[in-house]
Ligand binder design. Sequence first.
Ligand SMILES: [Zn+2]
Length: 383
Amino acid sequence: MNVAELLQQLVRIPSPNPPGDCAQIADFCAHFLRAAGYTTQRIAPDNRAWSVVATIGNDMGPSIMLHAHIDTVPLGQNARWNWDPFSGTLADGRIYGLGSVDDKAPLAAMLSVAADIAIQIDRMRGRLVIVCAADEEVGGTLGTRWLADNSFLPQCDFVVVGEQTANRVATANKGVVRATFRIGGRTAHATHPANGRNAINRMAHLILDLERYQRDVLDRRRHPLLGAPSINVGTITGGVSANVVADACLIRVDRRMIPGEDPEAVKAELAAVAAARQAHDPDCTYSVDEFLISPAFEASANDPLTAQLLAISAAVTNTPAEPVGYLPGSDAKHLTGVARRGMVVFGPGTYEVAHAPDEYTTVADLEATYTILRQFAEQTLLR
Ligand SMILES: [Zn+2]
């Protein structure tokens, strides 16, 4: 089975999360790796979030981990696909389907490389670890975080986290702080708005404060690969009826962090925005809570194995041998204690076609990923 056929097979095994049942796709990966000769564990903290960890090789050289997640986002409620999302249809040089790029494309490339290395086991000087992880799309608590915390992941010299980097080598990704701002006002009949304290009007001012925070504070911080941090107001909720002064309003925000920003300091900055408004407006209550933190990730590009992967990917894709940033989050944040020397995010395609109808990977991109990872594994693990 070539890498494109393998990707089609993986797309035909649905693994949307939620609900996050990865039993079937984990079975497929475990069977594939066991048949190739790997020592394979299929494990889960519950009866849904099944992950696979497979190992081959010896202690006579470096240890390399190839990691991809096996869950996908769910189908959108109004998503209209031109292709059956679970068919893995090949058309015009593209393979279509839910998870066809995120993250079953790097998974297919990694499984293919795993099989190639296994048949050359006599030449192996080192260890190859393949991780097929559940639960990434909802944060990885039951997937990679759980695997790392419960010692299912061996320490490795170098880790490749498969995601959508257009076959460039990414050495950093952004983190996130999510938070909820709340304003409590006072209700009144709409004929006398001045008798109440309108929480929605006040939230409008607070949102403008957040725009200023972006412009005056965040835009001045820059990471060389990831640019500036950002804040987005994603939802707003408030009021009960047009003829009542709203006494409550809340917004949910997504604050993207660059490496070097401390999540606790970011929380304090958001609290300071609320406190500054509160100081002007003692008749209402301002607060920020429901923080959800996902740290940023950054690795050195000076590590020799990173430099080697950079050189191979530059040669195969005809791009500069320089690292890039990856804007979305990834499981890399859970693997910082596992990677002894270097860690990168790497894979075909772009995250902008993921999480959307007619998600696809081009066969050419997929084959380039496979070629790059195979050359890297052969150069580092075979003698
Ligand atoms: Zn992904």
